[in-house]
Design a binder for this molecule. Structure first.
Ligand SMILES: Cc1cc2nc3c(=O)[nH]c(=O)nc-3n(C[C@H](O)[C@H](O)[C@H](O)COP(=O)(O)OP(=O)(O)OC[C@H]3O[C@@H](n4cnc5c(N)ncnc54)[C@H](O)[C@@H]3O)c2cc1C
Length: 263
């Protein structure tokens, strides 16, 4: 491996590693020789690490949504799931504070609140680490944008996998326009009885429970829906929404459904 070449590419350093479970971490990353780039909440950066000798010193690079707000100038935060057997995530999970990695200077993505009319409510639906882009959006605008309602529905298997739960509960306490709905699929495996919602996000929507939970009847005229995370959740929910008259937002055709597919 050309180690000199690789180390010159390691342009960022891990400042903090917060382990939620063996398969979920929050990684805080600080650029070494450049400022945190400007970005829109909801966009993604690319992280990279050397692949090892077999790959001739090349970096393995993957996209990660930025969970911190662009207003946070000390670090960039990422919420990362371990993919067993994956190329990059087992390496990312081994990183400790002080370890170096590669961080893209260019931040990309169109999964943002840009183009959403100011008077529309926002429904953020996520499974797992699909919550990351919403954390950046909420951390940036929840206190400034009190005219519309924000709802986060976050799905995980177990309650201990619901990252950012305390922060979202606190936001809910202090922001009357914000509702947080955690949903788990395996309530029978909880250590103490789960009194929240259970099942898949798409089923909540199908059974109209969301209206009860959000306190308003969402429709394409008053609400934009963001979907991020597990492809099955995205596809099934997008289909339900399309049947209710929502249209997918694309570069050429504005719509009320915004999608970010992680894989
Ligand atoms: C725009 C964008 C933003 C992303 N943001 C995030 C983020 O904030 N947090 C995050 O954890 N991931 C995010 N991802 C996914 C990330 O880029 C990697 O795909 C993922 O971390 C797996 O990388 P790997 O090299 O370990 O696995 P690979 O070797 O690339 O993948 C092995 C296989 O695992 C599957 N896979 C990929 N991701 C997952 C997953 N999360 N769960 C289950 N199976 C998976 C795929 O089918 C893939 O073929 C994002 C992807 C995109 C496109």
């Amino acid at each position: 491996m050309n180690t000199e070449h690789v180390s010159s590419e390691m342009n960022a350093v891990v400042s903090q590693r917060i382990e939620l479970t063996k398969g979920l971490i929050i990684l805080r990353v600080v650029p070494k020789d450049f400022m945190i780039p400007d970005f829109e909440p909801g966009q993604f950066a690319v992280l990279g690490l050397p692949a090892g000798q077999r790959h001739d010193g090349k970096l393995i690079k993957r996209a990660y949504s930025i969970a911190s707000s662009p207003l946070e100038r000390e670090f960039m935060e990422f919420y990362i799931a371990l993919v067993p057997g994956g190329e990059l995530t087992p390496r990312l999970f081994r990183l400790q504070p002080g370890d170096e990695l590669w961080l893209s200077k260019k931040i990309k993505g169109s999964f943002t609140l840009d183009g959403v009319p100011e008077d529309r409510n926002i429904l953020f639906l996520a499974t797992g680490t699909g919550l990351a882009p919403y954390m950046s959006m909420l951390r940036s605008c929840i206190t400034l944008d009190a005219s519309r309602k924000f709802v986060v529905v976050h799905g995980a298997r177990h309650s201990f996998e619901l990252g950012y739960r305390s922060e979202l509960l606190t936001m809910q306490k202090f922001c009357p326009n914000f509702t947080y709905v955690p949903v788990i699929t395996r309530p029978h495996e909880e250590a103490v009885p789960w009194h929240g919602d259970a099942g898949h996000i798409q089923d909540l929507w199908k059974h109209q429970d969301l209206e009860k939970i959000c306190g308003f009847k969402a429709n394409p005229a008053n609400t934009h829906v963001f979907l991020c995370g597990n492809p099955a959740m995205i596809e099934e929910t997008a289909e339900i929404l399309a049947n209710e008259g929502y249209r997918e937002n694309t570069r050429h055709h504005p719509g009320e459904i915004h999608l970010e597919r992680y894989w």
